[in-house]
Design a protein around this ligand. Structure first.
Ligand SMILES: *Cc1c(COP(=O)(O)O)cnc(C)c1O
Length: 358
């Protein structure tokens, strides 16, 4: 008997197909493929190596960028939150990392640094999300200082980020796009605004650089699955049945005895839990694919196990492989059952999960 423990199978051909589909939505734009958080849980280096078509990679932390360089990746890499301390600047210069500038501290640090070579920077403007970015009214001052600094490789790239792009008819998004347009008016620089949701919903936000993350991994960023683009899941998460139990009507399953059967049935125990990144808050009824059908999660998710109801006449056996999400079962759906978003489920996969390639 071979038992497969929690395993995430990564389908790199789906990744490449998804890239091609995204590109067809914005054929005029270059693609900055977003690889932060271990490429949304898919394996940073592996995903980077599989996307030679990308024009640049985006990460959130300098360590992620350095891991890519250590792996031999020579493509442009952009730090999407910029650098966090002035001491990072020589590291950026030596490793040819591009940085976003979104605050005064970063502006001053760059302009005052002694660098062996100039840095490529992306100036981030806050157009209404109020997370990162300079105030739009300060744009001329930043633009002028960066354009004149000997430490900056010209021309700079201008960007902002949309807070509500998953809603395809949203006044806040329209206002953000309008403010971005007004702010950059009169410049001739390359621009970037669109994440995955905006790539689908707001073609006017494509500009010269799109920044897809979730969509690359074959997951829809829209609230309900939207038919306008079909991408294929890159990750399929699976594990095995390790026990089959018979229970009677009125018996309970799991910690807290939160689920009680109203009939005699069989329970399957699957070797995956929140210690692997399966969401602890998945509700009773969350679907799991087993032997070609959906079976419902019952009882609480444990650290290493979950329990599903198989039905009294089921034929499932120990060793059968169950799919938690991926091919045949969208992670978007599991996210809805767990009151979270697919982003969180994907990047919460833990080190204990085996990673294999399809
Ligand atoms: C994470 C991120 C993206 C990608 O977002 P998705 O919704 O995954 O496409 C794009 N731009 C920035 C600045 C980001 O931080």
């Amino acid at each position: 008997m071979v038992i497969t423990t929690a395993t995430a199978t990564i389908d790199l051909s789906a990744l490449v197909d998804n890239f091609t589909k995204i590109k067809s939505l914005a054929p005029e734009s270059k693609v900055l493929a977003v690889l932060k958080a271990n490429a949304y849980g898919h394996g940073l280096e592996r995903i980077a190596r599989s996307l030679p078509q990308a024009d640049a990679f985006g990460v959130a932390r300098i360590d992620e960028a350095l891991a890519l360089r250590a792996d031999g990746i020579v493509k442009p890499i952009v730090l999407l939150e910029g650098f966090f301390e002035p001491q990072n600047l020589p590291v950026l210069a030596v490793n040819n990392l591009q940085t976003i500038v979104h605050n005064e501290q970063q502006l001053n640090a760059i302009c005052n640094a002694q660098l062996d070579r100039p840095l490529k920077v992306w100036l981030k403007i806050d157009t209404g999300m109020h997370r990162l970015g300079i105030d739009a009214r300060d744009f001329p001052r930043y633009y002028q200082q960066l354009s004149q600094s000997k430490n900056i490789q010209q021309p700079i790239i201008l960007m902002s980020h949309l807070g509500c792009a998953d809603d395809n008819n949203n006044a806040d998004t329209d206002n953000q796009v309008r403010l971005f347009e007004q702010t950059i008016a009169g410049t001739n620089n390359e621009c970037s605004l669109a994440n995955s949701a905006a790539i689908i919903n707001y073609p006017e936000s494509h500009y010269q650089w799109i920044r897809p993350g979730l969509l690359l991994y074959g997951v829809s960023p829209l609230p309900e699955e939207n038919e306008t683009i079909t991408v294929n899941p890159v990750m399929t998460l699976q594990s095995s049945v390790i026990a089959i139990r018979h229970i009677s009507a009125g018996e309970t399953v799991g910690y807290g005895a939160t689920w009680k059967s109203d009939k005699a049935t069989k329970i399957g125990v699957i070797a995956i839990g929140y210690g692997d990144g399966y969401p602890r808050h998945a509700e009773n009824g969350t679907p799991i694919l087993l032997n070609g059908r959906r079976v419902p999660l019952v009882g609480r998710v444990s650290m290493d196990m979950i329990t599903v109801e198989l039905g009294i006449n089921s034929m499932d056996k120990v060793g059968d492989v169950a799919t938690l999400w991926g091919n045949g079962l969208a992670v978007e759906e599991i996210a809805r059952y767990s009151t979270t978003i697919p982003y969180e489920l994907l990047c919460n996969i833990t080190r204990r999960v085996q990673m294999t390639l399809k």
